[in-house]
Design a protein around this ligand. Structure first.
Ligand SMILES: *Cc1c(COP(=O)(O)O)cnc(C)c1O
Length: 400
């Protein structure tokens, strides 16, 4: 694992990744790839990035020993990487800060994004306001109805939210519209993608920005317990918070890396969003190749998860590669297990976690009792759950 250098020149992580887009998008991706490689080699770029992460986002986020929860479970010690404490409440802002700085460096005055549940739209609108850029967010018309508070947040932050009426009126259609707009206005427009997926160079770029999570964790765990955890675990939607935690640990082969997908109603049903653990075949979606939930005819199938942020039929290409080479393991946590873990963290630690993060926690809650008391599981708490309280209340049959 010392020689793990991915992606390759063509943007592949083994069999996964690459660029699968129409001809018209190729020049824009090439310009972006070149600008990113230049920025990546420029210490001033990283200095500006870390300055904002410190003063605007509030990093480093702490690691926290969930002592009461660990005691209750009676096995391994659970530690949390507190991405929930970031400005805007999740890890997504690490990435939007990075891409906005790159947009600025490239002289682009407009940013566009697509969003499903609205979390990435809010993180993009936030940095657009911060850097004085025009911001347009594409969102399926149905999602606009379902996610009214986030739509209002984006508007408060000065973004223009564009409803997409085509197709299924959800994330997939919003993505198509954003791509179309990027092609039309590539001269002054930067497309901010919200997870470690999409055509190259996005998976690499988003990973590099999110690696701040794992890099901090390595330093912090060493300070806190004098060694690294036995297991590092994170939830996986597109895979950005997970790859940010995992990547700095890849060469540390003593640390097991565990990605937790959304098991929904169970991976033996059709109601889930767990491409790797349900052994989905390889397919192409949104400009890259990876494991992808599809039917016999190769049509992408509908997904389900209690957490909107994990409700995606694909997975970032680097995760598919890490699964192929056996460096990371992938499991699914079902809706009900995530909800139980959500309740446990509220009651035992006074922390309301995001429903996405509750999936990672659910895996740790099941695993910890089988382990020794001196073993350590580090859970990436990717976000806070304030955004989810209406969902949880509804599931409990409570009217707010
Ligand atoms: C969006 C989101 C996720 C899923 O996205 P990844 O790219 O897989 O990290 C997970 N947790 C929270 C809190 C989110 O907002």
């Amino acid at each position: 694992m010392q020689n793990y250098h991915f992606p390759d020149q063509q943007g592949f992580f083994g069999e996964h990744g690459g660029i699968y887009v129409s001809e018209t998008l190729i020049p824009a991706l090439k310009e972006l790839a070149q600008a990113y490689q230049e920025a990546k080699n420029d210490p001033a770029f990283w200095a500006a990035f870390h300055h904002d992460l410190k003063h605007y986002v509030g990093r480093p986020s702490p690691v926290y020993h969930a002592e009461r929860l660990s005691q209750k479970l009676g096995g391994a010690q659970i530690w949390l990487k507190r991405e929930d404490l970031n400005h805007t409440g999740a890890h997504k802002v690490n990435n939007t800060i990075g891409q906005a700085l790159l947009a600025k460096r490239m002289g682009k005055k407009r940013v566009i994004a697509e969003t499903g549940a609205g979390q990435h739209g809010v993180a993009t609108a936030t940095v657009a306001a911060r850097f004085g850029m025009e911001c347009h967010v594409y969102m399926g018309a149905d999602d606009i109805q379902r996610q009214a508070p986030n739509v209002f947040r984006m508007k408060l932050l000065g973004a223009n939210v564009i409803g997409v009426e085509s197709g299924s009126r959800t994330l997939k259609d919003a993505m198509n519209e954003a791509m179309r707009e990027w092609v039309a206005r590539v001269d002054d427009t930067f497309y901010i993608i919200g997870t470690a997926a999409g055509p190259a160079p996005y998976p690499e770029m988003v990973r590099d920005f999110q690696c701040v999570i794992g890099n901090e964790a390595k330093t912090q765990m060493l300070e806190a317990i004098g060694r690294q955890p036995d297991i590092a675990v994170a939830c996986v939607g597109g895979g950005s918070n997970a790859i940010g935690l995992f990547h700095p640990y890849i060469a540390e082969t003593g640390v097991r890396l565990v990605g937790v997908e959304a098991g929904g109603l169970g991976i033996d049903t059709t109601e889930h969003a767990a491409p790797i653990s349900s052994k989905a075949p390889i397919g192409v979606l949104h400009g890259f190749r990876s494991y992808l939930m599809q039917d016999e005819n190769g049509q992408v199938v509908g997904t389900h998860s209690v957490s909107a942020g994990l409700d995606y039929p694909g997975i970032g290409p680097e995760h598919s590669h890490l699964a192929d080479i056996g460096r990371a393991e992938y499991y699914a946590a079902n809706d009900d297990a995530a909800l139980e873990a959500f309740d446990l963290l509220c009651r035992y630690e006074g922390i309301i976690p995001a429903l996405e993060s509750s999936h990672a926690l659910a895996w740790a809650v099941a695993e910890a009792p089988k382990m020794q008391k001196d073993q350590v599981i580090l859970v990436n708490l990717s976000g806070r759950g304030d955004k989810d309280i209406n969902t949880v209340a509804k599931l409990k049959g409570i009217e707010l």
